[in-house]
Design a binder for this molecule. Structure first.
Ligand code: AG3
Length: 275
């Protein structure tokens, strides 16, 4: 058998992985979900043919979208994840002892269900008593919950279809209002190689709304270009002013105190994008 999944990263570029078998495939109201067992990366979650996460490299994304922000805050208690139905971000957030409650708001309940069934190593945190799962529109949830969360994580798909609104200034303003007095947010903000119009726009919007705006990166082999970006908007705390020696020890595979600082060190072409 010669079975492959192919993500069309652009009209002119694909990434392809040989598939051992398809574990789950379903068209929901929102998208087509597929979980496949690949030979190179192990189990892989795709939404509308776009790679969301794989068992082999999910740790990079989920550690970086959570710990950089959480360790910038003093004692974060309430955390919101918008999207992220696979549960990987929730699993990482729960490593922080100060966190009393993590709320995940995912628009497609089938993503949560299928991750629970087929990706337990990623979704395990969803069963924790501190975790709450709400199936709803994250944009609406953020609008309706002012002054509630110490940190908001925007763990979204690419800016197409239902996720477009998660990359806009109106949403970032609602995020600002949903945060507590000293809160911050982190969003996944795509590839510095391939999203050269999107990134400057996002950074500009975040700078116009938040007193502190920061941009950091990590290596994620299954995402377009392999180099991925995250944007932080913070009301008060600056991730670059954190005393990295005081970061508590945590079990991680990518993130560590040195990476906390070095992920903000940018190559010239990226500095150009965010200046
Ligand atoms: N969110 C998807 C990041 C975007 C990936 N883009 C792509 N492969 N073209 C990841 C969800 C994991 N919780």
């Amino acid at each position: 058998m010669n079975l492959w999944v192919t993500e069309y990263q652009s009209e002119n570029l694909t990434i392809g992985c040989r598939v051992l078998k398809t574990l789950y495939r379903e068209k929901t109201r929102f998208q087509e979900i597929m979980i496949a067992e690949t030979l190179q990366f192990g189990k892989m979650l795709l939404l509308d043919g776009v790679i969301q996460t794989t068992v082999a490299d999910e740790f990079v994304y989920h550690e970086m979208i959570t710990h950089v922000g959480l360790n910038t805050l003093e004692k974060p208690r309430r955390v919101l994840v918008v999207g992220g139905g696979d549960g990987g971000s929730v699993r990482e957030i729960l490593k922080h002892k100060s966190v009393e409650k993590v709320t995940l708001v995912e628009i497609d309940g089938k993503v949560v269900e299928s991750a629970r069934a087929f990706l337990p190593e990623i979704s395990c945190g969803l069963n924790d008593p501190r975790a709450e799962v709400i199936v709803d529109d994250g944009i609406k949830h953020v609008k309706e919950n002012p002054d509630t969360y110490d940190m908001i994580i925007v763990d979204s798909t690419d800016p197409v279809g239902p996720a477009v609104g998660l990359f806009g200034a109106d949403f970032y303003r609602d995020v600002y209002n949903a945060l507590t007095e000293n809160g911050l947010f982190v969003a996944q903000t795509e590839s510095p190689f391939y999203n050269r119009e999107l990134i400057p726009r996002i950074i500009g919007d975040v700078r116009s709304i938040f007193p502190v705006a920061r941009f950091f990166m990590a290596s994620i082999p299954t995402y377009p270009g392999g180099l991925w970006s995250f944007t932080m908007g913070s009301k008060k705390h600056d991730p670059l002013e954190v005393d990295i020696n005081s970061i508590p020890k945590m079990e991680t595979r990518y993130y560590n105190p040195e990476i906390h600082s070095s992920s903000f060190v940018l190559p010239e072409f990226v500095k150009e994008l965010v200046k």
